[in-house]
Design a protein around this ligand. Structure first.
Ligand SMILES: [Zn+2]
Length: 340
């Protein structure tokens, strides 16, 4: 099969489009012919060695994909060859306490497709049956594939923070897959949504998405305080690092920040005295659960959310697509079309 493999950690130059054998599904796994795979910041972090990644090479990246079942090595009767399925991006044991509580995203023995096992930048991937969710026939493959990691991350953050209708919410890093999904989900709750970006070219697109205000990330404190002098009820932070720290400063009393990203080289900092005296809440949020994926698919069916797709590249152009993504030129998701 065709695949884009990573030969070693370092840079995008270590990616190579090549032929490798089609994987054999293990027990309780099914072979998926990948239709689309979405790009995520996680791919870049793994390539750069900023997130714990594969132990052996070559490795196949790509965490967010959907496809068609073409081979079955399982007694599970819920699926058959030809079914179109979304793949839950985080691997989980199904046995630990967190899995039993439905928190598969923080499984004690968990991993991620494209990080700890081969992912979707390939024509075929073998996937445990418990990671599969059927896609209704009338839903677009592109829309679902742009949602299975990004939208469920946004959905899980909003649930974690229990964001109330009509609240004022700041979304940082608002122009990617998670941010554009968060903005749409918040508008559904009639929230006042303030999105932050440094890209002038993306302001108009954020407004078209229903965003009430757009502010500059590099002048975040001043611009948000001009809009809401007492701060905001919630911050959804997708940037991490020093933006994370500014987000906490912008919380109103009793406000809540929920964040889904930070890197080791810029972990951010918090003034604990201020968090204590203003009773602010800081919540980490890691991906989403299997149930979140099922619920997001229902929201797609109802047209509550429509993931923003920037562009679609063929599998052999995955490296070029990742360059574009790395240069922050995309608005919404970049997808890779992995098979014909
Ligand atoms: Zn588990």
């Amino acid at each position: 099969m065709k695949a884009v493999v990573l030969d070693k950690i370092g840079s995008l130059n270590n990616l190579r489009y090549t032929d490798i054998p089609i994987p054999e599904p293990d027990n309780n796994e099914m072979l998926i012919k990948v239709e689309y795979c979405g790009l995520n910041h996680l791919d870049l972090l793994i390539i750069e060695g900023k997130r714990l990644g594969p132990k052996t090479f070559p490795h196949i990246l790509g965490s967010e994909f959907i496809g068609i079942i073409v081979k079955i090595n399982s007694k599970d009767r819920n699926f058959k060859i030809g079914d179109r399925v979304a793949v839950y991006p985080w691997t989980f044991c199904g046995k630990c306490e967190q899995c039993r509580r439905g928190n598969e995203n923080i499984c004690d023995n968990g991993g991620t497709f494209g990080r700890t096992r081969w992912g979707g930048f390939a024509e075929f991937v073998s996937v445990p049956v418990k990671n599969l969710v059927k896609i209704p026939s009338y839903l677009s493959s592109k829309l679902v594939s742009a949602s299975v990691l990004s939208t469920i991350t946004a959905y899980h953050m909003i649930k974690r923070a229990n964001i109330k209708n009509h609240a004022t919410v700041l979304v940082t890093g608002a122009t990617g897959g998670v941010g554009t999904s968060a903005a749409q989900l918040l508008k559904e709750r009639k929230c006042k949504v303030i999105c932050a970006t440094n890209h002038n070219s993306k302001v108009k697109k954020l407004k078209e998405l229903g965003t009430d205000e757009v502010v500059k990330t590099n002048n975040l404190i001043n611009e948000v305080k001009n809009i809401s002098s007492n701060g905001v009820d919630y911050v959804i932070d997708i940037m991490g690092g020093n933006v994370w720290s500014k987000g906490i400063e912008l919380l109103a009393k009793n406000g809540t920040m929920v964040f889904c990203s930070t890197t080791l080289d810029d972990p951010g900092s918090v003034n604990l005295a201020s968090a204590f005296s203003r009773q602010t809440n800081i919540l980490g949020s890691y991906g989403g659960t299997v149930n979140d994926l099922r619920e997001v698919i229902k929201l797609l069916q109802k047209d509550t959310i429509k993931p923003v797709i920037d562009s679609i590249y063929p599998l052999e152009k995955t490296k070029e697509a990742l360059y574009k993504f790395d240069q922050q030129k995309a608005f919404g998701k970049i997808l890779i079309k992995c098979s014909i």
